[in-house]
Structure formats: C-alpha cells, structure tokens
Design a protein around this ligand. Structure first.
Ligand SMILES: Nc1ncnc2c1ncn2[C@@H]1O[C@H](COP(=O)(O)OP(=O)(O)OP(=O)(O)O)[C@@H](O)[C@H]1O
Length: 739
C-alpha cells in the first residue's frame, strides 16, 4: 500500500511531482500523474511541491480520534516539534496534547538513547563504513536504487521504532501514536511498526486537530509537571549531522573527516550514486554517513512551519539548551535488530535507436532540437525519452512541441501547400530505404517526364497504386486529378459506364443528364486501371481503342470525346501467361507495357519494413488521434523476419491493429500476434495454445499459400481452398490481406 496517492480531479499535469521525485516513482498516464507504489520511498516531495494539493497522504486522524479520550494514548513526539509549534512554549504544547486526549507524552529522543549503544557497538565491531538507517526515505532509496549499499546500513531500529518499543513497555495497555514532520514514517509503521505503533500523525494533521478543538488559542497554560516521558538528552538529531554528534560527542569513534553529513534529496541521490561507484573502485574513506533525505527532519514535508531553516534550527537548539544531561539513561534491553530488503527492480533501458525513435515523435531529429527545457518534469529530452520507454511518461508531454503544434498548425499547412509541387514533398509517398525502393523512385522520376502508358506489376499490396500516384505527382499533371479504378470490383457493364460515362437514357436507371466517366473526370490528370488482368475481353477491346485512338464515346452516346489523361495499369496477375492462355489481349498488353515497372514483394526488400512500420505508426496515430507508441527493436525485428504475404497493406493493417490493442507506450514482442513473434522465438509447432488462434494461423497460411500457387488469382485460390469467392474475400479482409 502506498501512503501517497493522487486526487485525480485536482491533478492538472504540471509535472511538478515528476520534476521533484528523486526516484522516478511518478507515472503520467492520460495526463494524470500517479505514484508508482513499488518505486515510491514516501519522501513526500510530490506532496510538498504539488501546487494543486492533488497529492494526498494516508491519514490515521479518524482512527486516532476514536481512541483519544477513551483509552490511554501516548504521544510519541518527534524532536523537531519546537520548530513546528514554535508559537507555543513546550509546556503549552504538552498541555494541548493532554487536552486533545493524549494521556502521556514520550519523546523519540529516548529512541536515540536506546539506539546509540547499538550504533556504537556496530561501529566498533565493524571496521567498514556504516550508513545511518534512521531516515526511512533514505532506507527506501537504498533498498530500491542502491542494493550494493544495503550491507552498510546500520542494522538497528530507527529512533522512532526503538522509542515505540520503549513506550509499549513503559505504558502497557496504551495506544502509541507517533507525531512528527515525516510522511515516510507512515510507511515505516506499515512495514515495521506492527505491535508497537498504533498510529502516525504529522504535525500538520495535529495542528488541524488542535484547530478543530480551539487549542491553538489557549496560550500561557502550564503543564502541571514536565511529562514523565520527556528525555533529558539534548535532541540534536532533527538537525543535519545531529545524529553523528549525539553518537560520538567526544570524537572517540571517528575523526571529523571520517564523517559524511549529507542532506537534501538532490545531494543524497548524488552522494549515494558516487558512493556506489566509489566503493566499486575502493575509494571510500568514510567511517560513518549521517544522511537524511530532507535538510534535516526540521525540513520534513509536514513540518507546516513558516520559519526558515535557520530559525527552525534555532528553535531546536533553544529547546536543547533546556536539557542538561550528556550521559545516556538506563533502559531495559530491547531487541533492536533490523533487517533490510533488496527491492531493486531496475526499469528497462532503451537503446539509442529507440531513444531517437521516441524523440522523433516530438519533432526532435537533431541534438539542437532537444531544448532540455524541463517543462515535462525531466531534466533533458533524452531522460524523458527513457521515461517514455519505461512507461513512466507519455510521448507527447512536451510543452514546446505542443505549443509549436497549436501555434504552427496554420503555418505548417501553408508551407506544405507551397511545397506541394516540390519533389521532396512527393518523395514522402514512397516510404522505404531498400535498393528496390530507391530504384522505384528513380523510375518514377523518369516516367514522370513523359506521358507514356505505364504497366505496374507486383503482388497485391506491394504499392502499385502508391507508385502510380507518386509518378503522377512528380509529373506536370500533378495539379489535375489522379483517378484510380478497380477493374475487378465491378461487374462488366457497370465498369464500362464507370470508365466511359453514359448519356441520359443509355440504359434503365441511367441518371438524368447522363454521367461523366473516369476517363473524362481524369481530364488533364492520370487514370490508373487497377487489376487490369481481371478485365473481360469485351472491355479489353474497348480499352484498346481508347489507347490507340485516344478518344472514346460515352455509353449510349455518339459524341466523340478526346482523352486527355495519362493511362497507367496495374495488376498482380501474370499478364504474359494470361496472354498465352488467351485471357488477355496481346495487343492491349503491348500497348500498356510501354513502361513496365515490376515492384518487388515486401519479403524481398526487408530494409523497407522498419521505416514503413514506423511511418504507419506516426501516420495512423495522427489521423486517428491515437496515443503515440514506438516499437522495441526486438518487435521490429519480428516484423522484419516475417515474410508478409499481404505485403505493405498487411503490414499497415497490422500496425493499425497494434495501435488499437496495445495499451502501453512501447510495443513489445509479446504484444505481437503469435505468427509474428514466433518467427523470432521459433516456437515449436506442437506448442499448446488457444485452438481458435492456432486455427486462424493455419487458415491464414493456407490462404497465402493458395494465393502464391495460383499466381494471385483470387477466384482460383478460393476454388482450390473449396470455399465460395465471397467467403474468400471476407477472409482476405479479416487477415488484412486486402482493404
Ligand atoms: N512505399 C510505400 N510507402 C508507404 N505506403 C505504402 C507504400 N507502398 C504501399 N503502401 C501502402 O500499402 C497499402 C497498399 O498499397 P497499394 O494499394 O498501392 O498496393 P497495390 O499493390 O496497388 O495493391 P492491390 O494489388 O491490392 O491493388 C496502401 O495503404 C498504401 O498506402
């Protein structure tokens, strides 16, 4: 259970908590920051810095109020109280506690007296360095981030736990309530305090309780006698270095230069990092490290004091002067032994390629683009990219990027329009880095310089239409329409009227005033006859005439219309074979085949897979307004290894599916469907998995094999599989093999 949580309505995603969390325990999800329990050390920095008060700490106030006034209750008082309740004299403060229902007051300083001998013994018997374990946030940090330092933590109870043991012994049948400035003590109670501590209140919570009973107004009251539990040891340890002074006031255990006094979250973190590497290289000379995550307990997150640190320290010293004793009291023997747990659970580290990929999402392509402004809560753009990879940050949480997006959308649009005619812009049509795609680019540029007919061959989904479109955009026809028409999708007569148009009354159901056909609509532009191989022989003859004469008539019309469109044709069928079989006119074939382009299947140009997948990820994310994601290198590897029978279309559909189904920022191998991940993992065929999925896999394989063996003849493929053509089409759609 985490002692800190977020009040969702209040969190406004300012990332203050992200910025101030020393252990990366804040995760931003859907614009809300939440505490990651396993990583949190309960230091309370997020509570302290949240401008919206959106972080709340677990409260035991209600529970405590239930036993106050009804049972014997001991207030176990942290020694920093004079700096928080500076406006009350100690006796007035004790009196207020008494009026609230506390029957006894016992100072945590007793815990110091109890633990000092154990610390001294540890230091005397252990020649190695020792790190104080009083600060629960530091212990939490070492357990989670610096496991190699665990053996150096002094295995002795904290002063609070020792004092709680003493209080339980001294006041049997009483409830023990620790009151202090620390949030991590709440976690310490949950983890170790069972049987000794019944509640933990913070100074802030206590003040609210005082307020509700009007106890702050009652000053100048005197406690009848000094409470029995008041220790006479000067309580110096809420001040940085105080423990070391309490521990070895005469400098017997260690020399001044052998003590490291460290405080504050940034210094502590840096110190522990340096200490870890120093120990590795044998460069550490300290005997004792007195370390606190805050700048002393007087800087605790729940001090609730307007005084500056110097004044707080002054309050403590003043109170300490009222204590005269410099020798320790005598106490019964308690078992103060303590164990620590290795909670180290490192987050995955991205490769530099993965970091680059994440940075691209917020338009950071070069080191100069990385502003390192810190507005996302991370010191550098690279750090933030790592957090994205680790699932702690969201890809688009970049203020300059969001500003640029909203401010610059219009400008960018304008700019794009201006660039429309420039080759560079059009180049984006054809994504891919393979030799084969580069060659396609070259051929497109070449083809764009003339008006010759183009025949584009290649398996289904390889990008034949994309190529045609690209060539059109490079040509001088670019400002006129590019019209694609699928010749298999329509029955013969409908296709004819779609291509040639029709006159009014040409057939039953013909529109009034007739209709322009694609040849007319494409005026000045380009027309792509897709799947030409499936055209009927009658239509082939009509098409041949158009290509020869460059003129045509509408269906039912007599007026001759000049063709002013460039003709391109595409097919996934083997046209030469169809010619041999008498299914495709040889003369039409030669007419179309002036420029012939053969596009390789995706499995033969693997270098294209990664850029294509990444490009689809970006495009689909933007157009469908989905949350951005990246692939791990291993996941991309799986995509590369697979042979993509449905080619680029299949890849595109797969990326879209993953964007919908994967909730994390990063698409990992285990998110991929089995037929993709197994390429890399090499699962045995005998592997037991859900039957439905196994059947789907097999079905998919059979379909792609049928397409391969029939030379992409869908009717023949359906026939060989023994299923109706309509069902076959549905299956192709289901497996992303057609749109
Ligand atoms: N080089 C490429 N860059 C970006 N996207 C591409 C590329 N090639 C193909 N695509 C995408 O893949 C899908 C299929 O492409 P296209 O329709 O051009 O293939 P095709 O070979 O004409 O298919 P079919 O034979 O089934 O008509 C489209 O969504 C297209 O945007």
């Amino acid at each position: 259970m985490s002692v800190v949580s977020t009040i969702e309505d209040k969190c406004k995603a300012c990332y203050s908590c992200v910025r101030n969390c020393p252990v990366k325990a804040i995760k931003v999800e859907s614009g809300q920051s939440r505490v990651v329990e396993e990583r949190c050390i309960s230091c309370g920095n997020c509570v302290r810095v949240c401008p919206q008060n959106a972080k709340q700490i677990v409260s035991y106030v209600a529970e405590t109020e239930k036993f106050l006034g009804r049972e014997k209750v001991v207030a176990l008082l942290a020694p920093s109280f004079p700096a928080s309740f500076y406006y009350l004299k100690p006796n007035e403060f004790f009196e207020s506690l008494n009026e609230l229902g506390f029957t006894d007051v016992l100072e945590v300083t007793h815990g110091i007296e109890l633990t000092i001998p154990a610390y001294q013994e540890f230091l005397t018997t252990n020649p190695k360095m020792a790190i104080s374990s009083f600060c629960p946030a530091i212990v939490g940090m070492i357990e989670r981030q610096f496991p190699s330092l665990l053996p150096y933590l002094v295995p002795v109870d904290s002063a609070v736990l020792a004092a709680a043991k003493y209080a339980s012994w001294k006041y049997p049948q009483s409830k023990i309530v620790f009151i202090g400035p620390c949030i991590a003590k709440k976690q310490e109670m949950i983890d170790f305090g069972t049987g000794f501590l019944d509640s933990v209140l913070t100074f802030k919570e206590l003040k609210r309780m005082f307020d509700s009973r009007g106890l702050h107004d009652k000053q100048d009251r005197t406690y009848k006698t000094v409470p029995e539990g008041i220790s006479s040891l000067p309580p110096l340890f809420p001040i940085s270095g105080g423990l070391a002074r309490n521990l070895d006031p005469k400098g017997i255990l260690f020399r001044e230069e052998e003590i490291a006094v460290v405080d504050g979250k940034d210094d502590s973190l840096l110190f522990l990092q340096n200490l870890t590497s120093g120990l590795n290289s044998g460069n550490v000379k300290f005997r004792f490290v007195d370390i606190l995550l805050c700048k002393g307990c007087i800087d605790g997150p729940e001090m609730d004091s307007p005084l500056d640190l110097f004044s707080r320290k002054h309050c403590i010293l003043k109170y300490a002067q009222s204590k005269e004793k410099d020798s320790l009291g005598t106490y019964p023997l308690f078992n103060l032994e303590r164990h620590f747990t290795n909670r180290y659970n490192p987050l995955p580290e991205p490769t530099s390629t993965e970091i680059k990929e994440i940075l691209r999402f917020t338009n950071k392509f070069t080191p100069e683009d990385e502003l390192n402004c810190g507005s996302c809560g991370y010191n550098t753009c690279q750090e933030k990219a790592v957090a994205v990879y680790q699932g702690l940050a969201e890809i688009d949480m970049c203020l300059p990027h969001l500003l640029e997006q909203s401010r610059g959308e219009f400008e960018i649009y304008k700019e794009r329009l201006e660039f429309k005619k420039v080759y560079k812009e059009n180049e984006q049509f054809l994504i891919g880095e393979s030799k084969s795609t580069n060659e396609l680019r070259r051929l497109a540029v070449q083809a764009s310089r003339n008006d010759a007919n183009v025949l584009i061959l290649g398996e289904s989904g390889v990008g034949k239409e994309v190529f045609a479109h690209f060539t059109h955009f490079l040509s001088k026809r670019r400002d006129n329409p590019f019209i694609g028409i699928n010749c298999t999708a329509l029955p013969e007569t409908l296709l004819e009227s779609e291509l040639f148009g029709y006159e009014e009354g040409a057939f039953t159901g013909a529109k009034k005033g007739g209709k322009r056909g694609k040849f007319e609509i494409a005026e000045g532009g380009t027309i792509l006859l897709d799947e030409t191989g499936d055209m009927s022989l009658t239509l082939q003859a009509k098409l041949l005439r158009v290509l020869q004469e460059r003129e045509f008539e509408r269906v039912g019309g007599t007026r001759t219309i000049k063709l002013n469109a460039r003709i391109m044709a595409a097919t996934n069928r083997d046209l030469k074979q169809l010619v041999k079989e008498g299914k495709f006119r040889a003369d039409l074939y030669y007419r179309l085949n002036v420029i012939s382009i053969n596009i390789d299947p995706l499995r033969k140009r693997k270098e294209d897979i990664s850029p294509l997948a990444i490009n689809f990820l970006h495009k689909i994310t933007q157009t469908k307004k989905l949350s951005p994601k990246i692939f791990t290198e291993e996941a991309i590897n799986c995509l590369i290894q697979y042979n993509w029978p449905g080619n680029i279309r299949e890849l595109q559909n797969m990326v879209e599916r993953l964007l919908y189904t994967v909730e994390d920022n990063v698409i990992q191998v285990y998110h991929l469907p089995q037929f993709l991940s197994s390429v890399v993992e090499n699962h045995p065929v005998t592997e037991i998995r859900p039957l439905k999925i196994a059947i789907q896999d097999l079905e998919r394989k059979m379909i792609t094999q049928a397409l391969l063996t029939t030379g992409n003849n869908r009717a023949a493929a359906a026939n060989s599989l023994g299923i109706p053509r309509a069902t076959f089409y549905l299956k192709l759609k289901e497996y992303g093999l057609i749109d």
